[in-house]
Design a protein around this ligand. Structure first.
Ligand SMILES: Cc1cc2nc3c(=O)[nH]c(=O)nc-3n(C[C@H](O)[C@H](O)[C@H](O)COP(=O)(O)O)c2cc1C
Length: 227
């Protein structure tokens, strides 16, 4: 399965965005993905603001991007755009740090006035960094993210439905090339087995061998279970 970097761009110590991402991380892990959580606020401010590309923490963040097949980018909306902290981190990454990766953009905000911030502000930046596929993003109002009595995240019903949908689209996009590769590999293995069976068949029964080969080659390929 895939390795997914889950990046929160909020500077807040009680960030709703970060809590939302950690909640979604668990959903991705349930689907078998390895999740690498990263809070931009944990990186040293002086390294980010001083563009210290060689700082070990920045090098570490860069390596997380390199390891990831896909990235979830979550940001609070600040002044009608993504956070400055997120931009400071993206600025110390290589220009094509998202090359070949599938990306899910998410935002939280206080007002629906800026629901399009993902599309007019964040998406172009992700695209300029080489993202191979930016799936549909989602904006969640901060009032739809509350803490339950046990401290767990409680998401408003409508927001939860939208999130579940975009997360499923993202996970499916991430999984699709792997399912295809597995099918191709299985097909190749099958073809090899068929050739071997035909070679090993007694000389006087070529017809049976090729019938058997045909049966094997056309049997349905077992597909991974996807709920
Ligand atoms: C400095 C600042 C600027 C904000 N600007 C906006 C804004 O322009 N539009 C909006 O919808 N919400 C705005 N908000 C509200 C936040 O986007 C919202 O509360 C968000 O969920 C905070 O996420 P966080 O807890 O992860 O930091 C702003 C909040 C702050 C602190």
């Amino acid at each position: 399965m895939a390795t997914v970097l889950s990046l929160s761009g909020s500077p807040s110590p009680t960030s709703r965005t970060a809590r939302l991402l950690r909640h979604l991380d668990a959903r991705l892990a349930e689907r078998g993905h390895t999740v690498l959580p990263l809070d931009a606020r944990d990186l040293p401010a002086e390294a980010l603001l001083g563009a210290d590309f060689g700082h070990p923490a920045i090098v570490g963040a860069r390596e997380l991007f390199e390891r990831a097949d896909a990235v979830v980018v979550g940001t609070p909306v600040y002044k009608a755009a993504y956070s400055g902290l997120l931009k400071a981190l993206l600025d110390v990454l290589p220009q094509h740090a998202l090359a070949g990766k599938t990306v899910l953009p998410l935002a939280t905000g206080g007002s629906t006035s800026h629901v399009l911030a993902i599309d007019y502000a964040l998406r172009p930046v992700l695209s300029s960094m080489g993202a191979a596929h930016i799936v549909q993003g989602w904006f969640v109002l901060d009032r739809d993210l509350a803490a339950g009595p046990d401290g767990s995240l409680v998401i408003g019903e409508e927001a939860a439905q939208g999130l579940a949908q975009v997360l499923d689209q993202f996970a499916t996009a991430v999984e699709a090339p792997r399912v295809r590769a597995a099918e191709v590999a299985t097909g190749r293995r099958r073809a090899r087995t068929v050739r071997e069976a035909a070679r090993e068949a007694p000389r006087d029964t070529p017809r049976e061998a090729s019938r058997e080969a045909l049966r094997e080659a056309t049997a349905p390929v077992p597909r991974p279970f996807r709920p």
